[in-house]
Design a protein. Sequence first.
Length: 218
Amino acid sequence: MSRREPRAAVVVMAKSPQPGRVKTRLCPPCTPAEAATLAAAALADTLAAVEALPQIRPVVALDGPVGPWLPRAFDVVPQVAGDLGTRLAAATTTVGGPMLVVGMDTPQLDTALLDNALRALLAPGVDAVLGPATDGGYWAIGLDSPTGCEFDDVPMSTDHTGAAQLARLSALGLRVGSLTVQRDVDTFADALAVAVAAPATRFAAAVRALAVAVAVPA
């Protein structure tokens, strides 16, 4: 491998951070504009962590228009229509492996964590990696040689999506490594918890700046 050859692609599945299109589960207590502000901050944190990774191809699989928030280093692959599984299958086969795929719901991810995930994927005897989320989904999936069928019949956005995805990968005969558990930002309670866990992020600053009076259940 030459120095300039990327060891893998890192794909961020993202929506353009426009009010009414992103983080709608934060409303209420947030307004659509405030939710979009939090989404933009989360996306900025994620893109910065990816961009700082050495020797990778940074890609955004994008739903919506490109804006000034997108660093020039990133290639853009438009998302196709369909459910999340369909969009993941299309993005992974378009980009080609090996690759690590993450979303914009985990702004606490940093470059070191992503680099460790890539190292796990590229280790001998590993065909895929999966990063479970506390809500039962997953925050990352890595594939050595994606074909698109990895997402067939996997129910998305449920409390057992992670288990179903792991079962699908195993059924295909793939050797799967496990990544650390992370918390997705789906609700405002999640946003507060992630902001506390990663206080130096843009996302945490955006949460602190919100003038939202809300009672968050324990």
